[in-house]
Each structure stands twice: as C-alpha cells, then as structure tokens.
Write a protein that binds this ligand. Structure first.
Ligand SMILES: Cc1cc2nc3c(=O)[nH]c(=O)nc-3n(C[C@H](O)[C@H](O)[C@H](O)COP(=O)(O)OP(=O)(O)OC[C@H]3O[C@@H](n4cnc5c(N)ncnc54)[C@H](O)[C@@H]3O)c2cc1C
Ligand code: FES
Length: 265
C-alpha cells in the first residue's frame, strides 16, 4: 500500500510499473504508479530501488536513483544510465511488474525566496536529478553537457531554454563552458545555480558562482548501502560554515549540498 505509517515520511512500496522504455542507446526510463510517494517527493530527492526483474534476478543491495519526474497524476519517473547489474535488471521490468521503492529520501533543492530565474548545469544522466526544477516556479535555463548529440536527452530534461555542449565537437571543454556561462551571467544573471553529474563542471560552477556572488547547490552521487543514514558508507567531505571539513552522509544530509561547501571528488 502506497501510504507511510502515521508520522513517517518514508515508505517502502511495491509500485506498479506503468512505462518502461529505452532512451537512446544507453539510458532507460521507468514510470511507476506511486501516489502517496509522489505527493511527498520534492525536487532533488531520491528513492532507493530494489533492482529485481520479474524473475527476481538482480543484486542484493538497492540502488539510489533520483526522482526524475514527480507527476501530478501520482506517478514517479526514473531515468537510468544502464551501466551494471542493478540498472540492467530495472531496464528489464515491464508494465504490470512491480518495483519495490523506498522513499522519498534525502534533502532536495531549496530555491532562494523570490527566485525568478535559475540556471542548471547538467552532465549526462545528472539531468534527471535537476529536471524537477523545471516547473517548480522560476524560469529555468539549462546548460546540458553530453558525449554526443545522441546522448543529450533534452526532451527528457524538459526545459524550453537550453544550450547543448558536446565532447564530440569540443564544445563541452571547461574553457568553452566557462565562456558560455560568463556570457549568460553577464547578460541575464540567474538568482541561483544548480549542478549535478560532473566533478569538473561542479568545480567550474563553484568558482564562477563565487565570483559572481550567485547562490548555488550541487546534487552529489555516492555509492550507498542502507540509503537511510545508518551505515555511513556514503560520507563525503563537506565544509561547515566555518570552513572546517566535516564528513556528511549523502543519503541523509544530502544529496543536495551548498555549492560552496561541497568539495571536489
Ligand atoms: C542520490 C543518487 C541519485 C542517483 N540518481 C541517478 C539517476 O537518476 N540515474 C542514474 O542513472 N543513476 C543515478 N545514480 C547512480 C546510480 O545509483 C548508480 O549508477 C547505480 O547504483 C548503478 O547500479 P548498477 O548495479 O547498474 O551498477 P554497478 O554494477 O553497481 O556499478 C557500475 C559502475 O558504476 C559505478 N557506480 C555505482 N554506483 C555509483 C555511484 N553512486 N556513483 C558513481 N559511480 C557509481 C560502480 O563503481 C561501477 O563501476 C544516483 C546515485 C545517487 C547516490
Ligand atoms: S548509505 Fe547508509 S548512511 Fe548513507
């Protein structure tokens, strides 16, 4: 049943799969019915998915997956880069199968009060984490970075205003992206910036946001055990407000952290 016990925001739910389809050559989208979870999920949060196909084949440990779509119709969507046993098992699910979901987990994005426009910088499937910012209030301009045009997934991101940069033509190099961001910040300064999916782009955005005095957040990824804050296998170095390095759990204190406090990985 898709309801959390009274007083608990997190639930484990067997969600019926509604859609399961490849996206390009390397990605896959899954949409499940999860009305209770969808109502409680905020942009930037994730779920811990039991990656078993209809035959029960798949790894023992759950895999963390950002919520890519939070449907007003009570659906949740996930956009997967199919890279190992877990995501391969998820990609074998078909409509009518059940997906065991624990969520919603972690702390999502927070928008500055009164924010009218934001910029997101996403690499690869990192755009899945950032996509729920589209439609969350402010106008979103995206800079989407991918290996090649066929990997871009601009439609899956959903913003009508975006720049695309690619490894295949060199436009995704740090120097080229820096020039693009500087032009953007000088023409139409965003109220906040958000990023996910690349250490290189995170470092670039951290430096430019500090220079231009723009607030920002980064969604971090880390391999997880419990996903619930108990095993400490997902800790990352994060600076506290005095600049001291602390160890924080991506599943519990994150996955979204202040852009200036997060550290390179
Ligand atoms: C909060 C969060 C949100 C995420 N959201 C998404 C998402 O929306 N879409 C998506 O495709 N992936 C997402 N990921 C990454 C996803 O969890 C891993 O890619 C997944 O666990 C791989 O499982 P697998 O069994 O297919 O591959 P595995 O066999 O477990 O791993 C394949 C390869 O990927 C590496 N890997 C596994 N997990 C991670 C990780 N977390 N970070 C970096 N490298 C890893 C492994 O070391 C190995 O080399 C997210 C991770 C986190 C922590
Ligand atoms: S995965 Fe166990 S504490 Fe984060």
């Amino acid at each position: 049943m898709d309801t959390a016990p009274s007083g608990f925001a997190i639930a484990q739910v067997a969600c019926p799969v509604l859609e399961s389809a490849p996206v390009g050559g390397r990605y896959h989208r899954l949409v499940v019915a999860a009305p209770g979870l969808a109502a409680r999920t905020r942009p930037g949060q994730f779920c811990h998915l039991l990656c078993r196909d209809a035959g029960g084949n798949g790894p023992f440990l759950r895999r963390p997956m950002s919520v890519w779509r939070i449907g007003a119709d009570g659906t949740l969507g996930f956009l997967l880069h199919v890279k190992g046993r877990g995501t391969a098992a998820l990609a074998r699910l078909r409509p009518g199968n059940a997906l065991d979901v624990v969520g919603p987990l972690g702390n999502g994005f927070s928008l500055p009060a009164g924010a009218r426009r934001v910029l997101v910088l996403a690499r690869g499937v990192g755009l899945a984490t950032l996509a729920p910012l589209v439609g969350s209030g402010p106008a979103v301009h995206a800079v989407l970075s991918a290996r090649a045009p066929e990997d871009l997934m601009a439609a899956e991101f959903g913003a009508s205003s975006f720049d695309a940069v690619f490894d295949s033509d060199g436009s995704s190099s740090p120097a080229a992206v820096e020039a693009l961001l500087r032009r953007r910040f000088e023409r139409e300064r965003p109220d906040a910036v958000f990023t996910c999916g690349s250490n290189r782009l995170f470092l670039l955005l951290q430096r430019l946001a500090a220079e231009y005095g723009i607030l920002g957040q980064v969604a971090l990824e880390q391999q997880m055990g419990c996903g619930l804050g108990m095993c400490f296998c997902c800790v990352r170095d994060i600076r506290d407000e005095d600049g001291h390095v602390t160890h924080q759990r991506v599943c519990r204190e994150g996955p979204v952290f202040d852009l200036q406090r997060a550290m390179s990985w």
